[in-house]
Each structure stands twice: as C-alpha cells, then as structure tokens.
Design a protein. Sequence first.
Length: 145
Amino acid sequence: MTSALAAALKQLCQRLRDHGLSVKLGAPGDDSDLALWPWQLTPGSSPRSAPVGGSAPTLSAQTPIILELRFLLVSNKDSEDAVHALTLAQTILAQSPIMQVSDTPVQIASESLAPDHLAALFTAAGMCLSLSSAYVARCTVLPHS
C-alpha cells in the first residue's frame, strides 16, 4: 500500500473516532464499533503513451499511476447499534470525500460490491458475514525513478 493511501486510511479512522466511533484498521473481529478492512490494491487506469508501430503502450518514468485501494467498512456489532454506527460513518465519508495527505489528494468513494463477492471475501477470511459498506480510495502517484 502506498504511503499516501496508508496515511489516508489512518486519517479516516481518526476522523471516525473524532465523531465518537471506535474504529479498528484491519480485519473485523474485536470490540470496536467498526473495522476499516483493506482488501485489494490495484492500479487504476493510467494515461499511457500512444503505441508506435503496434508496440505495447509504455509508462515513462514520470507517467502518473492511479492506485485504487478497496476497503470494507464493517460493523463488529449485531444490533441496532451496528446500523447506527455504519450509517454515521457513511454520512461522515459522504460529507468530505477528498482527503489531503501531504501533497497528495486521496478520493474516498462508495463502491458497489456484489453480494457473492462480499460473501466470498468473508468466507476466504474465515469470518461470518457482517453488515458492511464497500469503498475505494484513489490517489495518483509518480513512480520512483
């Protein structure tokens, strides 16, 4: 995970804590209200140089790369409190979806995740399915030379 994305998740946890929620960064399964569970880091669509003579597109040393970190916001509770905590967290995220980490803006957006994919994530982690919302954090970085 890039440092900007890692820092954004830590800032996000702190923002939720500032609103009275107990939040853990990592897989669900403790006494906190919510877990912010990163589960996939992928390159997004990046501008590439145009192919010349049928060659494959290449990245120059300074071509920005868009990174996408998918995460779940998962309730650790099985009650009315779970719905309240997740709804509050969703509202907080919707009110300020752009976070500034050093000089790097990080966009946080809700994302649709098919129920079978969600169930597969929980099953692969050996956990019971819990009330959750899917999100993606996006940032653009320059590759190191």
